[in-house]
Design a protein around this ligand. Sequence first.
Ligand code: GDD
Ligand code: MN
Length: 421
Amino acid sequence: MYARPLFVVVGIFRGILPRFPAFRDSVWPGPPWQRGRLRLYAALMNDAIKLAPETSSQAASLPQLSVVVPTFNERDNVTVLYRRLDATLKNVSWEVIFVDDNSPDGTWDVVRALARKDSRVRCIRRIGRRGLSGACIEGILASSAPYAAVMDADLQHDETQLPKMVALLQSGEAELVVGSRYIEGYKTEGFNKQRAGASAFATEIARRSLKVEIADPMSGFFMIRRDRFEQLAPQLSTQGFKILLDVVATAEGKLRAVEIPYTFGARQHGESKLDSMVALDFLGLVLAKLTNDVISLRFILFAAVGGLGLLVHLSVLFIALELFKAPFPEAQATGAIVAMTSNFILNNFLTYRDQRLKGFGILRGLLLFYLVCSVGLLANVGVAFSVYDQEPIWWLAGAAGALMGVVWNYAMSGLFVWRKR
Ligand code: GDD
Ligand code: MN
């Protein structure tokens, strides 16, 4: 239907173009011997996205490998890492992208200084955001190199493995290469017994529940074809630490993976950012993947805190009535306020620990939380009433009301109390 007008337009252009060489070349900058019907077509239809022919010198300096390094307070490590990369990556063109979450120690400042000296160094400074996985995702997506590696800034990952990893991707043998601490030949220096045990346990859960086949899905050291990563990226979680596990689970076995052993070294400077909460992150990821992202860990935590709040409320009510002989309305109100306050504190430490409110923000958040929960209570009672009206089954009405309340509180808390910047 559009073919005829298109032919007319093309015809007009073919008639006009040769008369205006400058205009012609701007539409289609190609050598004369390549001018033909086909090229003209392509130029007209893809004018906006067509590529200028690269000169060979430009192409040679384009990076084949992008090393993505998430950083948080790694000021003393980044320069050493950069030097080591420079020493190791002799036969492959590379760049390094540091993704820094606005480190208080000014890591981004050190990286900027490096970048002023060497254009292969790039810095993404993220403000108002925290999270290892999200940082890695942004770093990889900021690159145009065919291969992207992820590694720690603290020199725990053995950068001399990188050339081997590139070779495996280049040969087509693998689409993902994992630096693995579990297969034959691995050595570990920076891993204490307790952590090794926890990590092995988590790996076993992941393998069984998510059918992740690789030996070390908790590794933070891997290299992947960027095009494959780009396909998976929209389904990846930006929260938490377990980016590789997420990648492998999301790919559902469609990613050809090869593992290579390496020595997990000791951290050079600074301290690990992984705390016991990593276990929670891990559970959350498994849950989200198993339920196709329907149930988030945040919601589960929020609901659990809410359930605990009910117990707190009833205990306070009991104490106020029995011990202090308070009148019921006062006792009930006290119970509600104590429960809301403890819920707020727990949520701030657990459910929203990555967006924890501090200082004056705590007071403001608490008042907003009271407000949200009060409206939530109205919604709760309203829904329970109308269900009971239709079907006088007390537990059904009660449960429907409670569900309404928690969903409302959750949604509104995310919007107003712990709001993402
Ligand atoms: N941008 C950003 N934001 N970077 C972060 C954040 C964050 O919130 N948290 C940590 N990092 C950076 C650190 O600066 C470091 O370069 C890297 O991410 C890994 O953090 P570490 O604190 O060094 O973690 P680890 O060495 O204890 O844990 C390693 O082993 C785990 C497996 O048990 C890492 O390789 C993990 O990725 C891996 O899962
Ligand atoms: Mn580390």
